[in-house]
Write a protein that binds this ligand. Structure first.
Ligand code: 16G
Length: 245
C-alpha cells in the first residue's frame, strides 16, 4: 500500500478502490493466504483514507469471503482451501472420508443433548410427539480448516446417551449395532447466514451447500436425520451416472 497506489486503482468510490487494491494484492500473491491485514487505523494512515472508508472496503471483502475477521485478533487473508471431491454414491461418515484421504478430523461441539422433538424431527424420524430426540451439532474440520456444520437428530432409542459421542457418530452407532446401511440425501444451494458463516470462518453470503441426509437400518427404521451446511468453496460432489433402462 504505497503512496500513489490509488492513482492507478481505476477510480470510483474510495472504498471500492481500496477493495480492488486489497483484492489485487491477494490475487497477485503479495498478500498470502492466512496473512494478517494491518489494523483499520494503520490502513487509514497508510492510504490517507478515513477509517469509515477503510472499514467499508474491508467489510465488503469479508462479505465476499476474501478476508476473514476473527474477533479480538484482527483481519486475515482467507486461508486457501483445497477443494475436495466427494463421491455421492457411498454411505460414509465424515471421519471415514477424511481418514481415507490421510487427513485429520477435528470436531467442535456446539450442542449435544436430549430434547423434545421439533415437528420436522417427528416427521423425519417417525417419532411420537412425547418421544425424545438426541441432537448433535458440530463444526467439522479437517487439517485445521472448518468444512461443514452438521446438525444430527437421532431417536433416543437409537442413541440413548448423546454425551457419549466424542469423535465419530458412525463409529458409535456401529458399536451400538445401529450403523445405517442406506440413506437418502438431498442437496440444495444456500447462502450462509452470518452465524453459520462465522462458524465456518467465511464471509456471510458465501455460497454453501445444504445437505439433508436421512439414513436407515436394514429393518427400514430411520436412524439419523442430519442437516448439514458444507462450504461451497471446498467441495465438489461427484456421482456416476448409468444409462437409463
Ligand atoms: C457425514 C454425514 C452425516 C453423518 C456424519 C457422521 C453428509 C452430508 N453427512 O458427514 O450425516 O452424521 O458423516 O460422521 O455426508 P462421523 O462418524 O465422523 O461423526
Amino acid at each position: 500500500f504505497t503512496p500513489g497506489a490509488f492513482e492507478d486503482s481505476g477510480g470510483g468510490p474510495l472504498y471500492l478502490q481500496l477493495q480492488r487494491l486489497i483484492a489485487g494484492a491477494i490475487a497477485s500473491g503479495q498478500l498470502k493466504p492466512g496473512a494478517s491485514l494491518p489494523s483499520e487505523r494503520e490502513l487509514a494512515a497508510m492510504t490517507g483514507l478515513s477509517r469509515v472508508t477503510v472499514r467499508k472496503g474491508v467489510a465488503e471483502l469479508v462479505a465476499t469471503g476474501q478476508l476473514v475477521q476473527r474477533r479480538g485478533s484482527g483481519t486475515f487473508v482467507a486461508p486457501r482451501v483445497e477443494r475436495l471431491e466427494q463421491a455421492l454414491s457411498l454411505l460414509t461418515s465424515f471421519t471415514e472420508d477424511m481418514e481415507r484421504r490421510g487427513k485429520t478430523v477435528e470436531s467442535r461441539w456446539i450442542a449435544r443433548g436430549l430434547h423434545a422433538p421439533a415437528p420436522e424431527e417427528v416427521m423425519a424420524l417417525g417419532l411420537r410427539t412425547d418421544d425424545r430426540v438426541a441432537r448433535l451439532e458440530r463444526v467439522r474440520s479437517s487439517d485445521g480448516v472448518p468444512l461443514a456444520i452438521e446438525r444430527a437428530s437421532l431417536p433416543r432409542d437409537v442413541l440413548p446417551d448423546p454425551m457419549a459421542v466424542t469423535d465419530s457418530l458412525y463409529a458409535m452407532l456401529e458399536s451400538l449395532g445401529q450403523r445405517p446401511v442406506r440413506a437418502v440425501q438431498r442437496i440444495s444451494a444456500a447462502n450462509l447466514d452470518p452465524r453459520d458463516a462465522e462458524l465456518l470462518g467465511v464471509g456471510a453470503g458465501v455460497a454453501g451447500l445444504r445437505i439433508e441426509r436421512i439414513s436407515y437400518l436394514p429393518s427400514g427404521k430411520v436412524v439419523e436425520f442430519t442437516r448439514s451446511l458444507y462450504r461451497g468453496d471446498a467441495y465438489d460432489f461427484a456421482v456416476e451416472l448409468k444409462l437409463a433402462p
